[in-house]
Structures are given as structure tokens and as C-alpha cells.
Ligand binder design. Structure first.
Ligand code: FAD
Ligand code: DLZ
Ligand code: SF4
Length: 527
């Protein structure tokens, strides 16, 4: 007999004290189970900072529950190794015969499938509770999505603004009388503006012991842990939130799409890992930003722009992930099959924008949105890289990557591999866009204004190659009318030169991975 009535199983991205699986838990009746199983630490070769971050945050969370009087059966990867969550639960119920398990729904189809075996295979009764840390329920998203020909974030976002009252006036209109201030949020970073560094948290003993062992224990993991400075507790994550609101939010809007060799973060918040594992709640993050507007700390274009990311995009991609079903990850609308080149794993590439964005990713386990979308994602789209391989790369390298949020962003938004479920047109752009929004081209061996020749920016010819090779599939998309008309108007020999230029580049990509000996060392660290 066990003194416990129920097991509360807590996953690594459920580190919220008030989460539905723990809200009514009590130390006398409930045993907490947490685990670091092989299946979770190895399902992709996670960046080592991601492993340190999640395991350290889990261990701190477990200590906090123990300080409240809970018994936690914690299966760490070294002393109490387990293969899977199922394996950990089996070990817990062998020691404490308990036949009721409560868990909050997981964030991935993979884990959901695993939990579905528990009742039969482990002879327990399983209660799966809703994850109420989101603004919108999954059924609200289904109601929004069903019957619509096209799903667009903007309408979902407006509904949530109305429902929550965030940035809404009493007459039912949005504050500032517009829903969206995106047009104000596309400035290049001026030479004399240098973004401040993000908030660093010196590792404590728990984090240090992980930093010391993770490199050796996860030989397949990526990247280095030397610069680890992430918060791993709720109290530090709250400090990071305040630091962002006080020091960066005011300029977040203006420079939301800017990229620079001077800063890996520009004015972005660096809050995604904390929100995704549950150290911060999206509601408190949005309310803090809204308050900053009313207190005169930040202008409306910044605050609305930021809130749209959390209340709009984050909720939207989550709804879409579950709505699309477990086979969404197999979509490959544009039949892209080229393998991911080696430089994705070492940043050894002569295109300076890619060198910069991938180099920072490998160094920091972080890149900001425009680097992910318009440099790495855009290149993957234009070069026709295999969506499955690209998605697995994104899932591995970013500290905030969990499939529910990574997949719609990569497969849908960046690669258009879902045929337009999330984006009305592919985010395809030539080198001129990157030149306009960054200072990357200044240090590049290629020229963004040239289309043909050995020093022409590869993005330019690849852009036309992409449109030409996908003309049967994309040619009727009204939002691509202008580029297709421009292509049709070009002289035949110009078209031929562009296609040959792109094919020369793609052949070289396959034979030598696009490497260059002319590399700069321009990789700003986060912390
Ligand atoms: P900020 O720019 O400061 O944005 C504020 C917050 O808004 C973020 O913390 C995040 O919670 C939310 N947010 C912003 N954009 C998005 C978005 N498109 N979808 C969902 N939430 C958003 N985000 C992840 O959290 N995990 C991922 O694995 C991930 N993969 C991505 C892959 C690609 C190809 C692209 C284009 C985007 C991806 N994003 C992902 C979205 C976005 O790039 C990151 O959320 C953001 O860069 C995190 O940094 P930040 O906290 O400084 O963000
Ligand atoms: C990503 C991740 C990693 C690297 N390690 C763990 C872990 O050791 N234990 C755990 O519970 N969760 C981990 N995670 C996050 C899980 O993959 C996450 O809980 C699932 O994605 C839930 O949907
Ligand atoms: Fe990238 Fe082209 Fe600019 Fe070089 S010139 S940094 S390849 S966009």
C-alpha cells in the first residue's frame, strides 16, 4: 500500500505551479513524478544549452515542490536513467502502487501517442487535463477554423483582443483605432543605435553541474554551453521580463525586422524559452507590455507589435498544430528534396547573412524571428531543402523549440510546405530584402545588387529559380502576380542566365556544401 492516492506527472515544459495537473495537488495525497528520459533528451540532437536549460529548470521546479512538502520521484538521466516517460511511470508505480495518474495534456503528438498507451499497458486510470496556460482553448481554435476557406492569424488575433480586452477601448474599438501597426515596424537599425545586451543570469550550482557534464554526456548534442546565461527559475524569468519591459520594449516595434552584426538580439525579448516551459505565463507577459503602454514606457507600435506575437502568433500556431493533425509534419507541397547542407551544422558558409544567423544559432541556441524566417528559412525555401530535415534542424537548434510551435513556423510559415495553411504566400525574398533590413551585406563577398556573375548574391538568382520551378503550383497565387509578371516580361537570355546562375550555385552546394575560406568572425554572443 502507498500513502499516496494519485500520481501527478509533470513534463519538462509544464513547469508552472498553477498548471491544471498540480492546481489541486496536495503533499499528503499526491506523488509528483518527473523524468529526464533518453527519448526526450535525444529525439533530435538538441543544442546543449537547450538540454541544460530544460533539465536545470526541471530540477529547480522539483526542489521548489519538495520545499512545499511534496515527495517528487525524480528520474534524472545519470543516477536514475529511464528510456521514456512510460518507463519512468512504470518505475514509480512499482515502488508506490498507485493506480490513478493525472497529467496536463502534452505539447506534441509524439508524447500524446505515448500517453495513450498508459491505461492499457500500465493498468492505471489516466486523467488528461486541459493545458489552460494558453489564452485560447483548442476547441475555440476549431470553431474559428472550421468552415473557413483560408485561415489567417489576423482574424484570430482580433477575436482574442476582443475577448481579453487587451489594448481595447470601452467602445469595442482597438486602442489607437487600428488593430495592427506593422507598417511602422520595418525600420533598418541606424548605425548610431546599439541595442543593449540582454539580461544574464550567472549559473548556480545546479546549472553548473549540468554545464560540466552535458558536453560529455550528450556527445551528439550541438553547440557549446560556455556562454549559458539563461534564467532557470520563475523568479529569475520575472526579472528577465521586467528587464525587457524597462530596457528594450520601447524600441521593439521600430526594429522588429532589423538584423545586425552588432547584436544577436536587437530589441527582441528573449522570453520564448521561459514562456514555452511555463516559467512565465503568456497572460502576465501581455499584461506587463500593455501596462508599459499605459504608463508611457513604450509606444503603441512597440506594444501592439509585441502583444501580436504572443497573443496572436503564438496562440494561432498552437491551434493550427493540433488542428492540422499528426500528419502535418509530412506535408511537402513544393516537393522539395535537397538535403540540408553541412554548413547548417557548422556555419562554415560564405554567404555572410547565413554565416551570421547560423553562427549565432549554434553559439547561443537563439536567433531572432527575422533571422529564422528571412535568412535561414528563406534560403531553405529558395534552395528547395527537404522540409522534414529542415524542421528537425530547427527543432534541435533553438532553446525555445517544441514541436507545437516549431512545426507550423518552419513547415508552414518559412517553407510553405503546407501549401498555404498558415501563410497566404511563400516568404520568398531576394538578397535585396536582406540588404534593406540588415548590415550583413556590407561584410559579404557577394553583392546584393548583382544577379549574375561570380560575386552576385546567390539569393537573387535563387529567387527567380524558385518562382520558375514552382510556376505550375504557385503561378496562380494572386499575391505572387507581380513577381510572375516581372518574370514573364524578362528577355529569354536574362531568364536563362538567372537559371544557369542558380543551378551553378545549387550544384556547388551539393558538391562542397557552399563552404568558403573567406569567413569572418562576426558572431555576437547573447550574454
Ligand atoms: P520576440 O521577438 O521578443 O517575440 C515575443 C514573443 O512572441 C516570443 O517570446 C514568443 O513567445 C512569441 N512569438 C513571436 N513570434 C512567434 C511566432 N511566429 N510563433 C509563436 N510565437 C511567437 N518560436 C518558438 O517559441 N519556438 C520555436 O521553435 C520557433 N521556431 C521558429 C521557426 C521559424 C522558422 C520561425 C520563422 C519562427 C519560429 N519561432 C519559434 C517564432 C519566433 O521566431 C520566436 O518565438 C522568437 O524568435 C523567440 O525570440 P524572442 O522571445 O526574443 O521573441
Ligand atoms: C525537450 C525536452 C528535453 C530535452 N528533455 C526533457 C526531459 O528530460 N524531460 C521532460 O519531461 N521533458 C523534456 N523535454 C521536453 C519534452 O520533450 C516535452 O515535455 C514534451 O515536448 C511535451 O510535449
Ligand atoms: Fe546574404 Fe547576399 Fe547579402 Fe551576402 S549579399 S549577406 S549572401 S543577402
Amino acid at each position: 500500500m502507498s500513502r499516496f492516492k494519485t500520481i501527478r506527472f509533470v513534463l519538462g515544459d509544464q513547469l508552472t505551479r498553477g498548471i491544471s495537473s498540480l492546481a489541486d495537488a496536495s503533499p499528503d495525497k499526491d506523488l509528483i513524478v518527473m523524468a529526464e528520459p533518453d527519448a526526450e533528451t535525444n529525439y533530435v540532437p538538441h543544442h546543449r544549452q537547450k538540454i541544460v536549460f530544460i533539465l536545470s529548470a526541471m530540477r529547480h521546479f522539483s526542489n521548489m515542490l519538495q520545499a512545499e512538502g511534496f515527495e517528487v520521484a525524480y528520474f534524472d538521466y545519470k543516477q536514475h536513467p529511464t528510456k521514456s516517460f512510460t518507463d519512468a511511470l512504470k518505475a514509480a508505480i512499482t515502488k508506490h502502487p498507485i493506480n490513478t495518474v493525472i497529467i496536463t495534456e502534452p505539447g506534441e503528438w509524439r508524447v500524446k501517442r505515448e500517453l495513450a498507451t498508459w491505461e492499457n499497458d500500465l493498468d492505471v486510470s489516466l486523467e488528461v487535463r486541459t493545458d489552460d496556460r494558453f489564452f485560447a482553448t483548442l476547441s475555440a481554435f476549431e470553431r474559428f477554423a472550421e468552415g473557413r476557406k483560408e485561415l489567417r492569424m489576423e482574424y484570430f488575433y482580433r477575436g482574442l483582443r476582443r475577448e481579453t480586452g487587451i489594448l481595447m477601448k470601452s467602445d469595442g474599438k482597438p486602442v489607437g483605432d487600428e488593430w495592427n501597426f506593422d507598417k511602422d515596424n520595418r525600420k533598418r537599425l541606424p548605425d548610431d543605435v546599439s541595442p543593449p545586451a540582454g539580461k544574464t543570469f550567472p549559473p548556480d550550482a545546479i546549472t553548473i553541474s549540468l554545464i560540466e557534464t552535458v558536453e560529455e554526456d550528450f556527445p551528439d548534442g550541438l553547440g557549446s554551453v560556455d556562454s549559458f546565461g539563461w534564467a532557470v527559475t520563475r523568479s529569475d524569468a520575472l526579472i528577465a521580463l521586467k528587464h525587457f519591459i524597462d530596457n528594450r520594449l520601447a524600441r521593439f516595434g521600430d526594429y522588429q525586422d532589423a538584423m545586425t552584426v552588432k547584436s544577436a538580439t536587437v530589441y527582441h525579448s528573449l522570453l520564448s524559452p521561459y514562456i514555452n516551459v511555463g516559467l512565465l505565463l503568456p497572460q502576465e507577459v501581455c499584461h506587463a507590455a500593455e501596462r508599459a503602454y499605459y504608463d508611457g514606457i513604450a509606444p503603441l507600435n512597440a506594444v501592439e507589435g509585441f502583444i501580436r506575437q504572443v497573443l496572436g502568433w503564438r496562440e494561432y500556431v498552437r491551434g493550427l498544430y493540433w488542428f492540422m493533425g499528426p500528419h502535418y509534419s509530412e506535408d511537402n507541397y513544393l516537393n522539395a528534396t535537397r538535403p540540408v547542407p553541412d554548413f547548417f551544422w557548422n556555419a562554415d558558409v560564405g554567404l555572410n547573412c547565413l554565416h551570421q544567423a547560423i553562427g549565432e544559432t549554434l553559439e547561443n541556441a537563439y536567433a531572432h524571428h527575422i533571422q529564422r524566417l528571412m535568412v535561414i528559412g528563406n534560403f531553405s525555401l529558395l534552395a528547395g531543402l527537404d522540409p522534414k530535415q529542415v524542421c528537425d534542424w530547427y527543432l534541435a537548434v533553438y532553446i525555445d523549440a517544441f514541436e507545437w510551435v516549431e512545426l507550423p513556423n518552419t513547415l508552414g510559415m518559412a517553407l510553405y510546405a503546407d501549401g498555404g495553411k498558415i501563410a497566404s504566400k511563400p516568404y520568398a525574398a531576394s538578397g535585396k530584402y536582406i540588404d534593406r533590413m540588415s548590415d550583413y551585406c556590407e561584410g559579404c563577398q557577394y553583392n546584393p545588387r548583382k544577379n549574375i556573375g561570380p560575386d552576385a548574391c546567390p539569393y537573387n538568382a535563387l529567387y527567380w529559380h524558385f518562382l520558375n520551378r514552382n510556376a505550375d503550383i504557385l503561378g496562380r497565387n494572386p499575391r505572387l502576380g507581380m513577381p510572375y509578371r516581372n518574370w514573364a516580361r524578362m528577355a529569354e537570355d536574362t531568364k536563362r542566365n538567372l537559371i544557369n546562375q542558380a543551378e551553378g550555385f545549387l550544384e556547388k552546394l551539393e558538391s562542397d556544401g557552399g563552404n568558403s575560406s573567406d569567413l569572418r568572425n562576426l558572431q555576437p554572443r547573447l550574454f
